[in-house]
Design a protein around this ligand. Structure first.
Ligand SMILES: Cc1ncc(C[n+]2csc(CCOP(=O)(O)OP(=O)(O)O)c2C)c(N)n1
Length: 640
């Protein structure tokens, strides 16, 4: 009999015997492999944490007891055990299940998360709230060794350790972030694992005993119990003890029985926070993911037998394009350095690391530190490029203003995954980057329209010798046909890709291509639209705005980001300042978080597909006489 379909909630997990739990773990793994192979998703992290999650739901009583999974990319088992099996096949699809914790899905998810290193702070907050209310339930944070490279974890532990707050933190140590974990702490965890020689010994002895015919398995069980008793009285983890935590570990996190026993031990500690150090195997149960955990960390749909991608060849990534350009530039200029915050492959820096290992720095999941580090490197005479997903760069807002822009230092942020990102959804869309950057004095902020302009912008900021951010989407945009020749990008100058006498579409980044396609549609209807590539968002091209005004061309703007404080808003502000007509229509993302799903679907939800842009322009032109001064009420309605 299969067990997984009978699990409607944590209460059903509690009824299972240990043998049945092991069977459930196998079924959950199979379900995750099957589903991710069709839907894509975070495979290796989820396979590693199956046993731990089953043990958590055996020992704790969610939702009364509260669990916070750090990042949240590893909650698939948690979802399956909390009544979401039916929905699971829709993982990461439009209007389907989120790939991350999601309050709208279940009372067992307390926060919608996707960014790293926040779980201990959140759990401490929950624990303090519990204590203020006089509650007696448990609060548990589950945090990976990768996430534990993020500084916020230490701010939280430092705070937790000063009181006697009852809190359980589980450190899930699989020696991996997305890539191999980095830094002094990862060495410290390695030493902890090694110094607890019982751990490796235990595994070896158990494996050998199990091979003895007939009596092997029972014998292994007895000896494991004895070794576990010995373990209970050993100590270690001075770092955590110094922070005011009781340290328990390391334990085998892929052993449900062992986890259940440790959790009971931790539950009994009520006068201080506890950190349980467990060791798991990333990708556990699927050979390919075990041997290549980085490739299977986050993966597009694939064939289970071969691990090869399903379907069409995936589109090229802009990150790889930027990485290749940076390698070329670095071979010409030895002052160029590259920095990543635990995302060397994702941000396209693997080749750079290979060619220039001395000029490449992986700082762990520490975006704030990365930006201040770059400030120091720049002050020291170098030209650092920090490649980071736009959404994670949000972390370093203050460091960018205070440590880079205020000092006017030549640090370049390569803000990858800018705009909408598709399946990862609301925690990962890089749609706040423009409002962030437009507010920063001294900054050059660029959004190239394609791979060719990406290279031009990277070279331009190198010579500008000032703080800069270059934002580009996840997918590489190949150069496309336009009426301009020479294609010479200049900071502070916009390019008219196509001329037209009825309306001017001002667009940026990937939306420039959509604007060209919209103008094709409109051209067939007799509407001539000029398309302007506004790559240089800071500084903007005031001359071009004056020229459009002089020609009495009504303006509309299109951007793949928040309208509040975005490109359209800034153009309107500049126009008002210059006494020229403001845009009639601003297209972009309204005042809400955008869901997950395939890119065309979510772009359509935001009204940003070429045909939708054309329709809105047509309506706008029909509503107002072309060339007439805009009616503010009309502008308000159109942009609502
Ligand atoms: C602030 C931030 N930076 C980067 C990431 C990208 N990211 C997602 S998971 C991950 C690695 C997490 O490693 P770990 O916590 O050890 O979990 P594991 O996947 O190994 O189980 C990274 C870098 C993120 N989610 N948030």
């Amino acid at each position: 009999m299969t067990i997984l379909p009978t699990i409607t909630g944590p209460a059903d997990v509690k009824k299972l015997t240990l043998e049945e739990c092991d069977q459930l773990a196998r079924e959950v793994r199979q379900c995750i492999i099957d589903t991710v192979s069709h839907q894509g998703g975070h495979l290796a992290s989820n396979l590693g944490i199956v046993d731990l999650t089953i043990a958590l739901h055996r020992s704790f009583d969610s939702p009364r007891d509260q669990m916070v999974f750090d990042v949240g990319h590893q909650v698939y088992t948690h979802k399956l055990l909390t009544g979401r099996l039916d929905m699971f096949k829709t993982l990461r699809s439009y209007h389907g299940m989120s790939g991350f914790p999601c309050q709208a899905e279940s009372e067992h998810d307390l926060f919608d998360t996707g960014h790293s290193s926040t779980s201990i702070s959140m759990a401490l907050g929950l624990a303090r709230a519990r204590d203020l209310k006089g509650g007696d339930y448990h609060v548990v944070a589950i945090v990976g060794d990768g996430a534990l490279t993020g500084g916020e974890c230490y701010e939280a532990m430092n705070d937790a350790g000063q009181g006697h707050t009852r809190l359980i933190v589980i450190l899930n140590d699989n020696e991996m972030s997305i890539s191999k974990n980095v830094g002094a702490l990862s060495k410290y965890f390695k030493n902890l694992r090694a110094s607890a020689s019982w751990y490796g010994g235990k595994k070896r002895i158990k494996a050998r005993m199990q091979k003895i015919p007939l009596i092997g398995r029972p014998l292994a069980k007895v000896s494991e119990n004895i070794m576990n008793m010995v373990k209970s009285v050993t100590t270690g983890g001075e770092l955590f003890e110094a922070l005011g935590f009781r340290y328990l570990g390391p334990f085998d996190g892929n052993n449900i029985e062992e986890m259940s026993r440790v959790f009971e031990e931790a539950k009994a500690i009520t006068d201080m926070p506890v950190l349980i150090h467990i060791v798991t195997i990333k990708g556990n149960g699927y050979d390919l993911a075990e041997t290549q955990p980085e490739r299977f960390h986050g993966i597009a749909p694939f064939r289970v037998e071969t691990g090869l991608k399903r379907g069409l060849k995936p589109s090229k990534s802009a990150a790889n394009c930027a990485g290749a350009i940076l390698v070329r530039m670095a071979s010409e200029d030895e002052h160029i350095l590259a920095v990543t915050a635990a995302m060397s492959t994702g941000t396209g820096l693997s080749e750079f690391a290979k060619y220039f290992p001395d000029r490449f720095f992986d700082v762990g999941i520490a975006e704030q530190h990365a930006v201040s580090l770059c400030a120091g490197m720049a002050r020291g005479g170098f030209k650092p490029f920090f490649a980071v997903y736009a959404t994670f760069f949000q972390r370093a807002y203050d460091q960018m203003i205070h440590d880079v822009c205020l000092q006017n230092l030549p640090v370049c942020i390569l803000a990858d995954h800018a705009g909408l990102v598709g399946d990862d959804g609301k925690t990962h869309h890089g749609v706040f980057i423009t409002p962030m950057c437009l507010a920063m004095p001294n900054l050059i902020y660029l959004q190239p329209r394609d791979s060719e302009e990406l290279e031009q912008t990277m070279r331009a900021v190198l010579h500008a010798n000032r703080p800069s951010v270059i934002a580009y989407p996840k997918e590489q945009i190949e150069p496309y046909a336009s009426d301009i020749h020479g294609r010479s990008f200049e900071i502070g100058h916009w390019q008219m890709l196509r001329d037209g006498g009825h309306i001017a579409i001002l667009a940026t980044g990937r939306m420039t291509k959509h604007a060209v396609e919209a103008s094709d549609i409109l051209r067939d209807e007799g509407i001539e639209a000029a398309v302007i590539d506004c790559c240089s968002l800071k500084p903007m091209d005031i001359e071009m705005l004056r020229e459009l005004d002089a020609r009495k061309l009504p303006m509309v703007t299109v951007e793949e980001g928040q309208l509040q404080g975005g490109m359209g808003s800034e153009i309107a502000r500049l126009c008002a300042e210059q006494g020229i007509q403001i845009p009639r229509l601003m297209m972009g993302i309204g005042d809400h978080f955008v869901t997950h799903g395939a890119m065309p679907l979510i772009l359509a939800e935001c009204g940003l597909m070429p045909d939708q842009i054309a329709t809105r322009i047509r309506t706008c032109l029909a509503d107002t006489d072309a060339g007439a001064k805009p009616d503010p009420e009309q502008v308000r309605k159109q942009t609502a």
